[in-house]
Ligand binder design. Structure first.
Ligand code: CO
Length: 190
């Protein structure tokens, strides 16, 4: 589902509109339980906008704040790519998951090139706040519901690697080890 390989970044850093880089596995920020947003202010709206920009530039359909290094309970998604289908969830709670469990291949911007089938209930009902501070409750089905459940996992520090089967984990063993190596090398170079 969501996340495609990252775009090449230009030399000399990111253009201003791409304020955020995608945090890759196994960065520990991805494992922390994200904290509730306290202030529905201009900073939050800027962050949400910059997350959408990053998500579209990376050809993803969803992005959670820990994936841009922010330990906050903020999710943006657009399951269709149509301008009217943008969804922002601040401090979301999944009130209920219903329907038959379905198996679908998922990707994740934090695991470039790695895809695995994940089983999830078809529908979910969510309570959340908009970036403007309006509370709402809404039910989602199908692909949108799946994206929401995947992104919500990020807020709890749960990752694609935790949801994949043992067989997929084995199949992706080398790719996962490469990500760990790249992370260690990047840290050592700092
Ligand atoms: Co993800």
């Amino acid at each position: 589902m969501n996340d495609e390989p990252r775009i090449a970044e230009p030399p000399g850093g990111l253009p201003a509109e791409l304020r955020f880089r995608v945090t890759l596995y196994p960065d520990p920020v991805l494992r922390r339980r994200a904290l509730p947003v306290q202030a529905f202010d201009a900073d939050l709206r800027d962050t949400v906008q910059a997350m959408f920009t990053r998500m579209y530039a990376s050809k993803g359909v969803g992005l959670a704040a820990p994936q841009v290094g922010l330990p906050l309970r903020v999710v943006v998604l657009n399951a269709t790519g149509e301008p009217g289908d943008e969804i922002t969830l601040v401090n979301p709670t999944i009130l209920e998951k219903t329907g038959p469990e379905t198996l679908l291949e998922e990707g994740c911007l934090s695991f470039p090139g790695i895809y695995a089938e994940v089983k999830r209930p078809d529908r979910c009902t969510v309570r959340a706040w908009s970036a403007g501070g309006e509370e709402f409750e809404r039910s989602f089905g199908g692909f949108t519901s799946r994206v929401i459940q995947h992104e919500y996992d990020h807020l709890e520090g749960v990752l694609l690697v935790d949801r994949m089967s043992a067989a997929d984990k084995l199949r992706h063993k080398a790719a996962l080890a490469d990500l760990v190596d790249a992370y260690r090398r990047a840290r050592a170079g700092r």
